[in-house]
Design a protein around this ligand. Structure first.
Ligand code: SF4
Length: 118
């Protein structure tokens, strides 16, 4: 996770994928019943992609690539903090943790620029 966050901070291109991404994939390989393989996850991913598409006013699909720059990151994080993704995150076991991180301004997260304030 630290290496992936470092690549994102450095401006690496990201790709929208179906299924576990580079953050989750190592966990899926190491766990017997990985969270990402639960039946509710694909529906949550579909809802999240739809909400991001609406938020950005730009159609997004699997295979699309872009740079996750400061402006985009700040915009999406502010939207998450303000509840824009609640519909996608319903039933996720991590929701209370994600809400707590967002409410705390994403302090101590790995994917952030120095001095970033959300
Ligand atoms: S609650 Fe957090 S981990 Fe769960 S789907 Fe939403 S953003 Fe992802």
């Amino acid at each position: 996770m630290t290496a992936t966050a470092g690549r994102l901070v450095a401006g690496a291109t990201v790709e929208i994928v179906e299924g576990p991404d580079d953050i989750c994939e190592p966990l899926c390989r190491s766990e017997q019943n990985p969270h990402c393989h639960e039946t509710t996850v694909p529906e949550r991913d579909r809802r999240a992609l739809s909400l991001v598409t609406s938020l950005l006013g730009r159609r997004l699909a699997h295979g699309d690539r872009f740079v996750f720059d400061d402006q985009l990151r700040t915009r999406l994080r502010a939207a998450y903090r303000d509840g824009a993704f609640e519909q996608a995150c319903t039933l996720c076991e991590w929701q209370s943790l994600c809400r707590e991180i967002a409410a705390g301004g994403y302090q101590d997260t790995l994917f952030r620029s120095s001095g970033e304030d959300i």
